[in-house]
Design a protein around this ligand. Structure first.
Ligand code: SAH
Length: 376
């Protein structure tokens, strides 16, 4: 399959960009706000509070992002709202697709010039969007492309929500191969460490799961939060009262190797991370995903499979093995097929459910760990 460069849709002029320094959060947007906050915001602008319901119905309910067509609002209310509460947050820079148009990666330029990426993946029964939670990442995992340039900044709530909405609009308009559809799943597995941008991420996830038209009405079960294992935040997530799926990027069963692959392990070692994961499973009754990138001769040995099996067995858990997507200049590569098979078999002998993740989007640099948002 060949990747293709699709024409990028034109949007309004992006006036804010040049004026701001990289690293600054964007101006406020209705996707940052609960319905009550939208009411407050419009009222403060001299627009009656009920207009917040109307604009929410347009934006979140009908996925209509063109205020000039909102005929239920009068012209002056539309103008004020557009100017004050609907700044352009995501400027499309590039759209790449593969898998016959069912995988679509988008590169976005934010108001301060930062670049982030999101990936839409359509499967027969679901559409999953992989979205970014930060511009860059501070976690510095040596096998991940995003980590190499460090962290630029946290994304705002609206910048996270709008990535999902952009995909939702494309699907609603029938612009993704397979006809009109809806986003059913969201995974926070794009750029960034979601638990390091906790409050904004949680607000975004609440917006996704709140009934339309206040939010997008998605099921919390369809939303996966992936973390390197920031233990205090994992424990906090368990108290939010929403059954998100938690994914933990383990990648090694032993601290010695994990210290190298996931450097934050120095602070939160394997045993503590798994303790927090089991607490999450117990509180939410949700099966925790363990992410494990299969790296040839680094973490894919038989003894590590046995060790992992012993650590995980008997818990509410599912292992996702991800064949390593090598990043440019990386000395590491994906495991041999026979080692992958043996690893799966060892986990299965311990009664640990395991699947091997597909590598959707690989040829457009849209697969796990490839999101570096370069436009060259
Ligand atoms: N910071 C979060 C979410 C982002 S990455 C986290 O670490 O969980 C989503 C998943 O892709 C993580 O499990 C991450 O370790 C994995 N990943 C990163 N780089 C990869 C690569 N080159 N090949 C395969 N998986 C990779």
């Amino acid at each position: 399959m060949t990747s293709q460069n699709l024409p990028t849709p034109k949007r309004g002029t992006f006036v804010e960009r040049a004026a701001k320094k990289p690293g600054k959060l964007p101006p406020r947007h209705i996707s940052d706000m609960t319905l009550a906050e939208r009411k407050e915001a419009v009222t403060a602008l001299g627009v009656p509070g009920f207009r917040a319901d109307q604009l929410s119905r347009q934006w979140f309910g009908r996925l209509n992002d063109d205020p000039t067509t909102w005929t239920d609002l009068n012209g002056s209310a539309r103008e004020t709202i557009q100017q004050e509460l609907l700044p352009d947050l995501l400027e499309p820079v590039r759209t790449l697709s593969c898998d016959n148009g069912t995988t679509v990666k988008q590169v976005w330029r934010l108001h301060d010039g930062s670049l982030v990426e999101s990936v839409l993946m359509r499967y027969p029964n679901r559409v999953t969007m992989c979205v970014s939670s930060q511009a860059g990442c501070a976690m510095n995992c040596p096998f991940c492309a995003t980590g190499q340039a460090g962290l630029t900044r946290n994304l705002s709530t609206a910048e996270i929500v709008e990535q999902v909405l952009a995909g939702s609009r494309m699907l609603a308009r029938g612009e993704v191969a397979g006809g009109p559809g809806r986003v059913s799943n969201v995974v926070l597995m794009g750029m960034g460490e979601p638990m390091a941008n906790y409050n904004r991420v949680i607000k975004a996830l609440r917006m996704l799961t709140t009934e339309a038209p206040e939010g997008l009405g998605m099921s919390a079960r369809g939303i996966t939060v992936s973390t390197v294992g920031l233990v205090p935040r994992m424990r906090q997530l368990a108290t939010e009262g929403l059954p998100f799926t938690l994914a933990v990027s383990l990648h090694a069963p032993d601290d010695e190797l994990r210290d190298e692959l996931v450097p934050i392990n120095n602070r939160f070692p394997v045993a503590e991370v798994l303790d927090a994961a089991w607490e999450y499973a117990a509180k939410t009754n949700r099966r925790v995903s363990i992410e494990y990138a299969m790296i040839k001769d680094i973490n894919d040995q038989r003894e590590r499979a046995e060790h992992l099996g012993r650590l995980l067995k008997g818990n509410l858990v599912h292992v996702n093995l991800i064949p390593l997507n090598p990043t440019p200049g990386s000395k590491w590569t994906a495991s041999r097929p026979e080692d992958e098979v043996a690893f799966v078999a060892a986990l299965e002998r311990h009664g640990v459910p395991v699947t091997v993740r597909d590598t959707r989007g690989r040829e457009i640099d849209g697969a796990c760990g490839q999101l570096a948002a370069t436009t060259s």
